[in-house]
Design a protein around this ligand. Structure first.
Ligand code: IPD
Ligand code: CA
Ligand code: CA
Length: 271
Protein backbone atom coordinates (compact mmCIF):
# COMPACT_ATOMS: atom_id res chain seq x y z
CA UNK A 1 0.00 0.00 0.00
CA UNK A 2 1.41 3.41 -0.94
CA UNK A 3 2.27 5.83 1.83
CA UNK A 4 -0.45 8.33 0.87
CA UNK A 5 -3.09 5.61 0.53
CA UNK A 6 -2.20 4.24 3.96
CA UNK A 7 -2.51 7.71 5.46
CA UNK A 8 -6.03 7.85 4.03
CA UNK A 9 -6.94 4.69 5.90
CA UNK A 10 -6.63 6.58 9.14
CA UNK A 11 -7.74 3.68 11.32
CA UNK A 12 -4.43 2.00 10.56
CA UNK A 13 -2.57 5.21 11.34
CA UNK A 14 -4.50 5.92 14.55
CA UNK A 15 -4.06 2.40 15.92
CA UNK A 16 -0.35 2.50 14.98
CA UNK A 17 0.19 5.75 16.88
CA UNK A 18 -1.97 4.71 19.86
CA UNK A 19 0.08 1.50 20.17
CA UNK A 20 3.32 3.49 19.96
CA UNK A 21 2.10 5.84 22.70
CA UNK A 22 1.26 2.88 24.94
CA UNK A 23 4.68 1.30 24.30
CA UNK A 24 6.32 4.65 25.12
CA UNK A 25 4.26 4.72 28.32
CA UNK A 26 5.70 1.32 29.23
CA UNK A 27 9.21 2.73 28.79
CA UNK A 28 8.30 5.56 31.19
CA UNK A 29 6.82 3.28 33.85
CA UNK A 30 9.76 0.85 33.63
CA UNK A 31 12.38 3.60 33.58
CA UNK A 32 10.78 5.42 36.50
CA UNK A 33 11.38 2.44 38.79
CA UNK A 34 15.14 3.01 38.89
CA UNK A 35 15.13 6.78 38.40
CA UNK A 36 17.33 8.65 40.89
CA UNK A 37 18.38 12.27 41.24
CA UNK A 38 21.65 11.31 39.52
CA UNK A 39 19.70 10.62 36.30
CA UNK A 40 18.58 14.22 35.93
CA UNK A 41 20.05 16.66 33.45
CA UNK A 42 19.28 20.37 33.61
CA UNK A 43 18.47 22.44 30.50
CA UNK A 44 18.32 25.33 32.98
CA UNK A 45 18.19 25.54 36.80
CA UNK A 46 14.64 24.12 36.93
CA UNK A 47 14.13 22.63 33.44
CA UNK A 48 14.77 18.92 33.92
CA UNK A 49 15.32 16.25 31.27
CA UNK A 50 16.01 12.56 31.90
CA UNK A 51 17.44 9.71 29.88
CA UNK A 52 13.86 8.38 29.70
CA UNK A 53 12.68 11.55 27.87
CA UNK A 54 15.42 10.94 25.30
CA UNK A 55 14.81 7.18 25.12
CA UNK A 56 11.10 7.72 24.50
CA UNK A 57 11.70 10.28 21.76
CA UNK A 58 14.27 8.03 20.04
CA UNK A 59 11.85 5.10 20.22
CA UNK A 60 8.96 7.13 18.74
CA UNK A 61 10.99 8.81 15.97
CA UNK A 62 12.62 5.51 14.91
CA UNK A 63 9.28 3.68 14.77
CA UNK A 64 7.49 6.50 12.90
CA UNK A 65 10.26 7.03 10.31
CA UNK A 66 10.60 3.26 9.78
CA UNK A 67 6.95 3.27 8.68
CA UNK A 68 6.83 6.74 7.08
CA UNK A 69 10.40 7.48 5.88
CA UNK A 70 9.31 10.59 3.90
CA UNK A 71 7.84 12.32 6.92
CA UNK A 72 9.38 15.11 8.93
CA UNK A 73 9.67 15.21 12.71
CA UNK A 74 10.02 17.91 15.35
CA UNK A 75 10.88 16.47 18.76
CA UNK A 76 11.53 18.41 21.95
CA UNK A 77 14.81 16.69 22.76
CA UNK A 78 16.41 15.93 19.38
CA UNK A 79 14.88 18.68 17.25
CA UNK A 80 13.91 18.48 13.60
CA UNK A 81 14.17 15.79 10.92
CA UNK A 82 13.46 17.40 7.54
CA UNK A 83 10.37 16.20 5.69
CA UNK A 84 10.32 15.00 2.07
CA UNK A 85 6.50 14.99 2.14
CA UNK A 86 3.60 17.12 3.43
CA UNK A 87 3.60 15.36 6.79
CA UNK A 88 5.42 16.29 10.01
CA UNK A 89 5.17 14.64 13.42
CA UNK A 90 5.43 16.88 16.51
CA UNK A 91 6.55 14.96 19.59
CA UNK A 92 6.88 15.75 23.28
CA UNK A 93 8.22 12.47 24.65
CA UNK A 94 7.36 13.31 28.24
CA UNK A 95 5.18 16.36 28.78
CA UNK A 96 5.48 17.02 32.49
CA UNK A 97 8.96 15.72 33.22
CA UNK A 98 8.89 17.39 36.65
CA UNK A 99 5.78 15.36 37.53
CA UNK A 100 7.45 12.23 36.12
CA UNK A 101 10.60 12.75 38.19
CA UNK A 102 8.57 13.46 41.33
CA UNK A 103 6.48 10.31 40.74
CA UNK A 104 3.28 12.31 40.31
CA UNK A 105 0.77 10.84 37.79
CA UNK A 106 0.22 13.91 35.61
CA UNK A 107 2.69 13.49 32.79
CA UNK A 108 2.02 12.34 29.24
CA UNK A 109 3.42 11.29 25.88
CA UNK A 110 2.21 13.79 23.28
CA UNK A 111 2.26 12.95 19.53
CA UNK A 112 0.72 15.16 16.84
CA UNK A 113 0.65 14.93 13.05
CA UNK A 114 0.69 18.02 10.85
CA UNK A 115 -0.25 17.90 7.14
CA UNK A 116 0.86 20.91 5.08
CA UNK A 117 1.18 22.94 8.27
CA UNK A 118 -2.27 22.01 9.62
CA UNK A 119 -2.69 19.88 12.73
CA UNK A 120 -4.72 16.78 11.75
CA UNK A 121 -4.14 14.14 14.43
CA UNK A 122 -3.29 14.11 18.13
CA UNK A 123 -2.60 11.37 20.67
CA UNK A 124 -1.88 12.09 24.36
CA UNK A 125 -1.22 9.16 26.70
CA UNK A 126 -0.85 9.39 30.49
CA UNK A 127 0.75 6.05 31.45
CA UNK A 128 0.54 6.43 35.25
CA UNK A 129 -3.26 6.69 35.06
CA UNK A 130 -3.70 4.76 31.77
CA UNK A 131 -5.67 7.51 30.01
CA UNK A 132 -5.29 7.65 26.23
CA UNK A 133 -6.81 10.69 24.52
CA UNK A 134 -6.90 10.94 20.73
CA UNK A 135 -8.52 12.79 17.86
CA UNK A 136 -8.28 13.02 14.09
CA UNK A 137 -9.44 16.25 12.42
CA UNK A 138 -13.12 16.04 11.57
CA UNK A 139 -13.67 12.73 13.37
CA UNK A 140 -14.29 13.73 17.03
CA UNK A 141 -12.22 13.32 20.20
CA UNK A 142 -12.00 10.30 22.47
CA UNK A 143 -10.57 9.02 25.74
CA UNK A 144 -10.16 5.27 25.39
CA UNK A 145 -13.08 4.54 23.06
CA UNK A 146 -15.42 7.06 24.72
CA UNK A 147 -16.33 10.22 22.81
CA UNK A 148 -15.57 13.39 24.79
CA UNK A 149 -16.92 16.95 24.64
CA UNK A 150 -16.11 20.23 26.35
CA UNK A 151 -18.18 21.55 29.29
CA UNK A 152 -21.22 23.81 28.99
CA UNK A 153 -19.88 26.24 31.63
CA UNK A 154 -20.63 29.83 30.62
CA UNK A 155 -19.68 31.79 33.78
CA UNK A 156 -16.09 32.26 34.95
CA UNK A 157 -17.37 32.00 38.53
CA UNK A 158 -18.43 28.40 37.77
CA UNK A 159 -15.22 27.52 35.91
CA UNK A 160 -12.20 25.46 36.96
CA UNK A 161 -9.16 26.25 34.83
CA UNK A 162 -5.51 25.17 34.68
CA UNK A 163 -2.30 26.99 33.97
CA UNK A 164 1.46 26.48 34.22
CA UNK A 165 4.64 28.31 35.05
CA UNK A 166 7.30 27.47 32.46
CA UNK A 167 7.89 31.22 32.54
CA UNK A 168 9.18 31.01 36.15
CA UNK A 169 11.28 27.98 35.21
CA UNK A 170 12.84 30.17 32.52
CA UNK A 171 13.32 33.02 35.00
CA UNK A 172 11.16 35.47 32.96
CA UNK A 173 10.51 38.87 34.55
CA UNK A 174 7.28 39.20 32.53
CA UNK A 175 5.58 36.06 33.79
CA UNK A 176 2.28 34.37 34.55
CA UNK A 177 1.94 35.51 38.18
CA UNK A 178 0.13 38.82 37.49
CA UNK A 179 -2.21 36.98 35.09
CA UNK A 180 -2.77 34.28 37.70
CA UNK A 181 -3.64 36.93 40.33
CA UNK A 182 -6.06 38.62 37.90
CA UNK A 183 -7.88 35.48 36.71
CA UNK A 184 -7.98 33.07 39.65
CA UNK A 185 -10.19 35.19 41.97
CA UNK A 186 -12.78 35.27 39.16
CA UNK A 187 -12.84 31.44 38.85
CA UNK A 188 -14.45 28.70 40.95
CA UNK A 189 -10.93 27.23 41.28
CA UNK A 190 -7.55 26.66 39.60
CA UNK A 191 -5.47 23.52 38.98
CA UNK A 192 -1.79 23.14 38.08
CA UNK A 193 -1.36 19.52 37.00
CA UNK A 194 2.05 19.85 35.35
CA UNK A 195 1.36 18.73 31.77
CA UNK A 196 0.02 21.23 29.26
CA UNK A 197 -1.00 18.36 26.99
CA UNK A 198 -3.14 16.85 29.75
CA UNK A 199 -4.54 20.29 30.68
CA UNK A 200 -5.86 20.49 27.11
CA UNK A 201 -7.22 16.92 27.25
CA UNK A 202 -9.03 17.56 30.54
CA UNK A 203 -10.55 20.68 28.96
CA UNK A 204 -11.65 18.49 26.02
CA UNK A 205 -13.09 16.02 28.56
CA UNK A 206 -15.13 18.82 30.15
CA UNK A 207 -13.41 18.37 33.53
CA UNK A 208 -11.58 21.66 33.08
CA UNK A 209 -13.27 24.66 31.46
CA UNK A 210 -10.13 26.40 30.23
CA UNK A 211 -6.33 26.64 30.28
CA UNK A 212 -3.85 29.39 29.62
CA UNK A 213 -0.07 29.69 29.75
CA UNK A 214 2.81 31.74 28.34
CA UNK A 215 6.19 30.52 27.13
CA UNK A 216 4.90 27.20 25.77
CA UNK A 217 6.34 25.45 22.72
CA UNK A 218 4.47 23.85 19.83
CA UNK A 219 5.33 20.35 21.04
CA UNK A 220 3.62 21.07 24.40
CA UNK A 221 0.28 21.89 22.75
CA UNK A 222 0.08 20.36 19.25
CA UNK A 223 -1.65 17.05 20.07
CA UNK A 224 -3.84 18.55 22.80
CA UNK A 225 -4.98 21.26 20.37
CA UNK A 226 -6.33 18.67 17.89
CA UNK A 227 -8.10 16.83 20.73
CA UNK A 228 -9.62 20.00 22.23
CA UNK A 229 -10.80 21.33 18.85
CA UNK A 230 -12.44 18.00 18.02
CA UNK A 231 -14.16 18.07 21.43
CA UNK A 232 -15.72 21.45 20.59
CA UNK A 233 -13.18 23.72 22.26
CA UNK A 234 -11.02 26.51 20.89
CA UNK A 235 -7.40 27.58 21.16
CA UNK A 236 -6.01 31.03 20.32
CA UNK A 237 -3.22 33.37 21.31
CA UNK A 238 -3.89 35.96 24.04
CA UNK A 239 -5.58 38.32 21.53
CA UNK A 240 -7.88 35.63 20.13
CA UNK A 241 -5.67 35.16 17.07
CA UNK A 242 -3.73 32.25 15.62
CA UNK A 243 -0.20 33.25 16.67
CA UNK A 244 -0.02 30.68 19.46
CA UNK A 245 1.88 29.64 21.44
CA UNK A 246 4.34 32.45 20.59
CA UNK A 247 1.88 35.20 21.56
CA UNK A 248 0.45 33.32 24.54
CA UNK A 249 -1.76 30.27 24.61
CA UNK A 250 -5.46 30.35 25.60
CA UNK A 251 -7.78 27.33 25.46
CA UNK A 252 -11.39 26.91 26.55
CA UNK A 253 -14.76 25.25 26.00
CA UNK A 254 -15.54 28.08 23.49
CA UNK A 255 -18.36 29.51 25.64
CA UNK A 256 -15.88 31.13 28.03
CA UNK A 257 -13.34 32.20 25.43
CA UNK A 258 -14.34 35.80 24.88
CA UNK A 259 -14.31 36.49 28.61
CA UNK A 260 -10.95 34.70 29.02
CA UNK A 261 -9.38 36.62 26.11
CA UNK A 262 -10.80 39.91 27.41
CA UNK A 263 -8.58 39.41 30.48
CA UNK A 264 -5.55 37.88 28.74
CA UNK A 265 -5.40 40.55 26.01
CA UNK A 266 -4.34 43.00 28.71
CA UNK A 267 -1.22 40.89 29.31
CA UNK A 268 -0.07 40.47 25.73
CA UNK A 269 3.34 41.94 26.54
CA UNK A 270 3.94 38.98 28.86
CA UNK A 271 3.08 36.45 26.17
C1 IPD B 1 6.04 21.40 30.53
C2 IPD B 1 4.67 21.00 31.02
C3 IPD B 1 4.17 22.03 32.04
C4 IPD B 1 4.13 23.41 31.43
C5 IPD B 1 5.48 23.79 30.86
C6 IPD B 1 5.95 22.74 29.85
P1 IPD B 1 7.88 19.63 29.81
O1 IPD B 1 6.51 20.47 29.59
O2 IPD B 1 3.78 20.97 29.93
O3 IPD B 1 2.87 21.73 32.47
O4 IPD B 1 3.78 24.34 32.42
O5 IPD B 1 5.35 25.01 30.19
O6 IPD B 1 7.25 23.08 29.37
O7 IPD B 1 8.96 20.66 29.90
O8 IPD B 1 7.72 18.84 31.07
O9 IPD B 1 7.92 18.81 28.56
CA1 CA C 1 6.26 19.81 27.27
CA1 CA D 1 8.97 17.33 27.47
Amino acid sequence: MSLVNELKTVDILISFIKNLAREAGGICLEGQKDLTSHDLEFKSAKDIVTEIDKQVESFLVKAILARYPDHGVLGEEYGAVQAKSAFRWIIDPIDGTTSFVHRLPFYSISIALEKEGELVLGVVYAPAIDQLFYAEKGKGAFVGDTPIHVSETRELGNAVMATGFACLRAGLEDNNLPIFNEIVPKLRDIRRFGSAALDLCYTALGSLDGFWEINLNIYDIAAGTVILREAGGVVTDFTGGRQFPEKGFAASNKGLHNELIHILAGFCASA
